[in-house]
Design a protein around this ligand. Structure first.
Ligand SMILES: CC(C)(COP(=O)(O)OP(=O)(O)OC[C@H]1O[C@@H](n2cnc3c(N)ncnc32)[C@H](O)[C@@H]1OP(=O)(O)O)[C@@H](O)C(=O)NCCC(=O)NCCS
Ligand SMILES: [Zn+2]
Length: 231
């Protein structure tokens, strides 16, 4: 059994004192966001990551060393890595979540369902033919949620491997929204993947991919008390 911790924060958990725990690269990214809500989500992702790792390593959050190097361009906006833990960060709307496992790579994706998206157009660039056909069976009013379920399942997989948007999501074929989450095929990828949907409230879809063949259990933890602690 592979047990994954998923720590959840809400945008209202933000406290600007948490900036003191960020490194120089993170402060640079924080400053570059124009919108306050983007700053808040990014800051909370950093703070949850640092506080949870700091607790495990028994060191101050500011002393946790994180590598955010992008595999494409070298700038600090890639998958977050540490020597001590596998992790994955996601934020959307009011929610911020970080998944942790001591040794097995994880990928997490949380998305607020936007009823206004053009699911049919998005399907042409991100769904396989079989998935797009399945999506078309949904009533127009239900299509945004169904598409977002597909999207989070696929994103969770490509975030677990570290490919991110470099992967062609049309080739990452996942089960249909009504079915239990599973990666059905991804030509060229030979590894094992467990996929699970996470409960994130009626306005959101969320999925976790774990690069293992073992069954996965998820422990969801509210990060609010940890974020409230004063140093
Ligand atoms: C990672 C990605 C798939 C998810 O994007 P999203 O759904 O908009 O956002 P999420 O909130 O779910 O995820 C963002 C987190 O993914 C992580 N991430 C970034 N690149 C990643 C990758 N290749 N694999 C896994 N995780 C990645 C980061 O931790 C980021 O959190 P941060 O804001 O704290 O840095 C997407 O941002 C991506 O692939 N970006 C790379 C494309 C790009 O612009 N590249 C620049 C090339 S130079
Ligand atoms: Zn880059």
């Amino acid at each position: 059994m592979t047990a994954v911790e998923v720590w959840w924060a809400k945008i209202s958990d933000v406290r600007w004192e948490l900036v003191a725990e960020l490194d120089a690269a993170e402060r640079g990214r924080l400053a570059a966001y124009a919108r306050q809500e983007d700053k808040d989500r990014f800051l909370l992702g950093c703070a949850v990551t640092r506080r949870v790792l700091g607790m495990h390593l028994m060191i101050p959050p500011a002393d946790v060393r994180l590598d955010r190097t992008c595999d494409d361009c070298g700038r600090p906006h890639g998958k977050v890595r540490t020597h001590e833990m596998e992790l994955s960060v996601s934020h959307s709307g009011d929610l911020i979540a970080v998944a942790f496992h001591p040794s097995t790579p994880v990928g997490l994706d949380v998305e607020k369902v936007d009823p206004g998206i053009d699911a049919d157009s998005l399907a042409t660039v991100s769904l396989a033919e079989v998935e797009a056909k399945e999506l078309a069976k949904y009533e127009p009013a239900d299509r945004a949620r169904a598409f977002t379920t597909y999207w989070t399942r696929k994103e969770a997989v490509v975030k677990a491997t570290g490919d991110g948007m470099r992967a062609d999501l049309r080739r990452v074929v996942v089960s249909s929204p009504e079915q239990p989450a599973a990666l059905l095929r991804w030509p060229g990828y030979a590894g094992r993947v467990r996929l699970v949907d996470l409960e994130a409230g009626s306005d959101y879809a969320a999925a976790l991919a774990v690069l293992t063949g073992d069954p996965v259990t998820v422990h969801s933890i509210d990060a609010a008390p940890l974020l409230k602690q004063t140093a």
